[in-house]
Ligand binder design. Structure first.
Ligand code: FES
Ligand code: FES
Length: 180
């Protein structure tokens, strides 16, 4: 028995005609062709199938489709390959065979911009990796955080120097007027 359901999938309003008890993991992979979300254990133990539902990481192998009706679901495809974490995982060896990687990245996205090492460890405790020994994954996330911070600092510096320049310009114009 299939039924219609609506959700926002990777930012797009989507209507699906699916069995309400079909696993979200299968809905994503089979009905939506979003095969970036992987199946590992299929029983909520490994985190390979992690996606975000309303910003919260969930194991999509445990979630029936009906539970995400009206929700915002984000998969690895929703990051468009442009999220800084994706580049950092490649650069710092956080991705090896790649099976755990989409789930790791989605769980890491949910940690926000400035997670501490402790928050990273706790946030990723439900995501298993057989290849990396975890340190490369932690390093990748930490590098992203530092990269973002470096970018923030650069942007703040540029803004400060622009506002400094416009402050410096103002008195010169004023002085020019009064000297006439
Ligand atoms: S496949 Fe879902 S937790 Fe392992
Ligand atoms: S990179 Fe292979 S399981 Fe994590």
């Amino acid at each position: 028995m299939r039924s219609m359901m609506r959700l926002t999938l990777n930012g797009k309003r989507t209507t699906l005609d699916v069995h309400p008890l079909k696993r979200l993991l299968d809905v994503l992979r089979e009905e939506c062709a979003l095969t970036g979300t992987k199946e590992g254990c299929g029983e909520g133990e490994c985190g390979a199938c992690t996606v975000l539902v309303d910003g919260v990481p969930v194991n999509s192998c445990l979630v029936p489709a009906a539970q995400v009706a009206g929700a915002r679901v984000t998969t690895i495809e929703g990051l468009d390959g442009r999220h800084p974490l994706q580049g950092a995982f490649v650069e710092h060896g956080g991705a090896q065979c790649g099976i755990c990687t989409p789930g790791m990245i989605m769980a890491a996205v949910a940690l926000g911009r400035n997670p501490t090492l402790h928050q990273i460890r706790v946030g990723l405790a439900g995501n298993l990796c057989r290849c990396t020994g975890y340190m490369a994954i932690y390093r990748s996330i930490a590098a992203t955080r530092e990269g973002i911070n470096r970018k923030d600092r650069r942007e703040r510096r540029v803004k400060r120097s622009h506002s400094q320049r416009s402050k410096n310009d103002r008195p010169r114009q004023f002085a020019g007027k009064t000297s006439r």
